[in-house]
Design a protein around this ligand. Structure first.
Ligand code: EPZ
Length: 419
């Protein structure tokens, strides 16, 4: 199992390029199942979850050519299999995203129930309820979601909870349904909008993109298109936090500052000087200690839950006391005990953590539990005095392309060790 060995205390400076968004490319790759003709997807990040999705689609008969420059050519004209098997779904919950497109185009799908993960039980009841509203027969048996429909019919769906992949699954089902569908209380995450723009480029008719109400006029078929995936706003925010937590100055290029306004506001409150242009954003902490910033996670455009662990690390070394409230997932504080091992003063009360900043964290052996917790631990290790060894870093490789190369580019002392 590989680990990261980090010697902290270095002030990070420099520029890194944001990669394509994991949470945009996964639904867009699933959407290629809807296309009658070949498709090109660009700005695809080199991530474990992308490799898993490519394997999943290949096993269905999709032809994919993935080159080293982040371009995937996809041909879904010869699908032979409509199943997403347990052995793949258990490694990546987002495999559930093939359910909607398979049903929409082929009228059948068998997708393993994703099950929970470290951060929560992660139910998919809203996906199933929405597909049934669109006329699908959906049974859950033997650990699989088995769905079929002659042709889906447009429906008016009101989502009880804002769900990102739930919105994406239902959107991909509705685009080929007969008639009009409305999805209310839809997720407004930029990755949902990126999927919608891709679907429109394929010939779908969608109104209200970016809002919480999507209106879809079903069409008979969709063609392939040439689409470049959105940049990763969470990766961008993570590197900006690397500047804030080490007192340095980091510029992230090939990104979109308007996608993470709530994060940039919190960084300014922490005392960072934030500057941005059309496709870049820079945080300069001017070698100062950050100030504590309280936050509460919520659906976009509010503060993203995927940046909560990173701000937990920042608050651990900040001047003051902050409260962090996690409202999206029931178990997304797994990084807190690990930060405490590094000397952080944190008191967890239900879904709120009270973090009293300390001037210095100390390197220690810690364990990554999920993708974004890993990012929080790396940030803490970059600021800590001494050596930190982070175990189970396979979590990182799911969502951060070439993280040790990018951090080394900023001056960090990090190496991947096999042991
Ligand atoms: C997506 O997960 C992201 N993953 C997550 O990113 C992200 O944290 C999350 O959205 C919230 O923004 C991808 O896009 C691949 P949800 P998703 O459905 O869609 C409840 C990362 O680190 N819910 O929006 O699975 C659920 O329990 C990952 O990149 C139901 O109750 O999350 C949660 O409390 C982690 N029933 C809330 O909704 C359902 O059917 C939001 O979950 C579906 C969800």
């Amino acid at each position: 199992m590989e680990k990261f060995l980090i010697n902290g205390g270095v002030v990070l400076r420099g520029s890194v390029r944001a990669s394509g968004s994991k949470n945009a490319v996964l639904p867009i790759l699933a959407a290629t199942l809807l296309a009658d003709s070949p498709m090109i997807v660009r700005n695809v990040p080199d991530l474990r979850d992308v490799k898993t999705t490519v394997q999943l689609l290949s096993e269905m008969g999709v032809k994919l050519e993935h080159d080293a420059s982040g371009v995937i050519q996809v041909d879904s004209s010869q699908i032979t299999e409509f199943t997403a098997p347990y052995d793949l779904v258990k490694t990546m919950r987002a495999s559930i995203l093939v359910l909607g497109p398979l049903l929409a185009r082929f009228g059948q799908a068998a997708v393993s129930l994703p099950g929970g993960c470290a951060i929560g039980t992660r139910p998919v009841d809203l996906h199933i309820k929405g597909l049934r509203a669109l006329g699908a027969e959906v049974e859950v048996e033997g650990g699989y979601i088995r769905a079929q429909a002659k042709r889906l019919k447009g429906a008016h769906i009101v989502l009880e909870t804002v769900t990102v992949t739930g919105t994406e699954n239902l959107l991909m089902a509705a685009v080929l349904a007969e008639g009009t569908s409305v999805i209310e209380n839809a997720a407004r995450e930029p990755e949902v909008s990126d999927l919608a723009h891709c679907l429109v480029a394929m010939g779908a008719q969608i109104e209200g993109i970016g809002s919480d109400t999507l209106t879809i006029q079903g069409v008979d078929s969709l063609a392939g298109c040439d689409y470049s995936v959105l940049s990763d706003r969470i990766e961008t925010g993570t590197y900006l936090l690397a500047a804030a937590i080490t007192g340095g100055c980091v510029k992230v290029t090939d990104t979109q500052p308007n996608l993470l306004e709530s994060v940039l506001l919190k960084l300014e409150q922490a005392g960072a000087v934030v500057e941005s242009g059309d496709d870049w954003v820079q945080v300069d902490m001017q070698e100062r200690r950050p100030k504590s910033v309280s936050l509460r996670t919520a659906p976009h455009p509010a503060f993203p839950t995927d940046m909560q662990a990173q701000f937990s690390a920042l608050n651990a070394v900040a001047d003051g006391v902050a409260t962090i409230t996690e409202t999206i997932f029931e178990n997304r504080f797994m990084h807190m005990p690990e930060l405490q091992r590094m000397g952080a003063t944190i008191e967890v009360q239900g879904n709120t953590a009270v973090i009293t900043g300390t001037p210095q964290l100390y390197g220690a052996p810690v364990m990554a539990t999920d993708l974004r917790a890993s990012a929080g631990l790396i940030l803490a290790a970059l600021a800590a005095q001494g050596e930190t060894i982070i175990d189970r870093i396979y979590h990182m490789d799911r969502g951060y392309e070439q993280i040790e190369q990018k951090l080394t580019q900023l001056g960090a002392n990090i190496q991947r060790i096999a042991c």
